[in-house]
Design a protein around this ligand. Structure first.
Ligand code: ATP
Ligand code: MG
Length: 395
């Protein structure tokens, strides 16, 4: 296989055309609702005419409002401009104890929800992580360059391993960030739209890419018969200015999460109208007069106003003007109605997609085919640069 013929050889990229917008993508998006958190310039090694976006959700449960507002909704905004890979990261779901009877269903549901939320398969490859073996192989190759101390410092590892009872936590929970780095680096990714909680893992992926480029890339790789230059692009996180950290409905200081034990703490995208209304009615509030953003003593108030702002597509000022004198009793029904109305079309589309036999499987299979083309080229390059004896398929 020819090395480093990444997106030029991809059938998918040929379907896409360049746009005027693409010539200066990063500053535009950083100013249009996203924060680009990295100061270092992207290492532009890919010949792709379109910058690449990669992101994913793990099928650990039901997709909630935080996943939607922090990640998926933004993928839909970005997909017109970039070449996109949206992954159902099922291997990550096995880093903590899980129900084998639920994993397959959660994987299908997650894929269906991506589409129902507006991911367009003419603009994005949607696929299941475990269907593309290169993710596991790259994780293995990257592991030898990963200092164990980098992993032990990760906030998510500390929090989730505590929940698993410390030493009972799996090795895979510790090495989760290496797989996440592989998910991103495989595709020579430019941008990774994620919620705030993933910022540290993105920083990890960037550092690991730089380390491997330094250890094995450039002239060392060239001497081994490679192209030389960087093995990996250095990806940049894209974190939305509003919605990057949607908080729990029962505790305004904790992130809304699929794995939180209480279903009352989150709005799942597939919750019924009655359930949404009930969860909002019973969600935690405070006893201050009026409503306001950005008061540290009122995290629940800030969270609920922010959710209201995004689902209605309003500005902060408009929401403030409308709600500043409201009581919780008048605001909560408005918020519940806004959520129900926003989520209803997504729920209708989800049920149509799930009901169509074979539709999702075909999309996931086509998506995996496109991903494999690119992912295999990256793994080939790294094997070569790491000095492995390469298989000669002509014999
Ligand atoms: P788990 O509890 O199993 O870790 P999760 O709810 O954290 O699940 P993930 O699958 O880990 O969801 O994350 C998928 C995407 O959703 C990531 O980009 C993550 O940053 C984003 N995300 C998760 N929770 C929130 C949240 N509360 N607010 C904004 N974005 C979020
Ligand atoms: Mg998570």
């Amino acid at each position: 296989m020819a090395h480093a013929t990444l997106s030029h050889s991809s059938r998918f990229s040929r379907l896409l055309s360049t746009s005027r917008f693409l010539r200066k993508p990063s500053p535009l998006f950083a100013g249009e609702g996203f924060r680009c958190c990295c100061s270092a310039a992207t290492d532009d090694t890919s010949p792709s005419p379109r910058k690449r976006v990669v992101s994913g959700v793990q099928p650990t449960g039901s997709i909630h409002l935080g996943n939607y507002l922090g990640a998926i909704k933004n993928w839909v905004t970005l997909q017109d401009t970039y070449e996109n890979f949206f992954i159902i990261v099922d291997l990550h779901a096995t880093t903590v104890p899980y129900d084998t009877r639920q994993l397959g269903k959660a994987t299908r549901d997650t894929a269906a929800l991506y589409l129902a939320c507006g991911v367009d398969i003419s603009k994005a490859s949607v696929f299941v992580q475990s269907h593309v073996c290169a993710h596991v192989e790259l994780k293995c190759l990257l592991s030898s360059s990963t200092p164990i101390g980098w992993l032990q410092k990760m906030t998510q590892f500390k929090e989730k391993s505590r929940k698993e009872g410390g030493e009972n936590a799996s090795v895979f929970l510790l090495t989760y960030p290496v797989l996440m780095a592989a998910d991103i680096l495989l595709y020579q990714t430019d941008f990774v739209p994620v919620g705030e909680d993933q910022k540290q893992h993105l920083e990890f992926a960037r550092s690991l890419a730089q380390r491997v480029n330094h250890l094995y890339g450039g002239r060392k790789w060239k001497k081994l018969g490679g192209r030389g230059g960087s093995l990996f692009k250095i990806p940049e996180p894209l974190i939305p200015q509003v919605g990057a950290r949607v908080m729990s409905l029962t505790d305004g200081l904790s992130k809304m999460s699929k794995s939180a034990p209480s279903d009352q703490s989150r709005i799942n995208l597939l919750d019924s109208k009655d359930l949404i209304a009930d969860k909002i009615k019973r969600c935690k509030t405070d006893s201050f007069a009026g409503l306001e953003f950005d008061n540290d003593e009122r995290p629940e108030c800030n969270n609920l106003l922010s959710i209201y702002q995004i689902v209605l597509g309003k500005t902060k000022e408009e929401v403030m003007e409308e709600c500043k004198d409201m009581s919780w009793g008048s605001f909560k029904p408005l918020l519940a109605d806004a959520l129900i109305e926003h989520l209803n079309p997504i729920q209708v589309r989800y049920h149509e997609i799930i009901a169509e036999t074979g539709y999702l499987d075909k999309i996931l299979s086509d998506g995996a085919d496109r991903a494999i083309d690119i992912a295999d080229a990256t793994v080939h390059n790294l094997r070569q640069a790491m000095g492995f004896y390469m298989r000669n398929s002509a014999n």
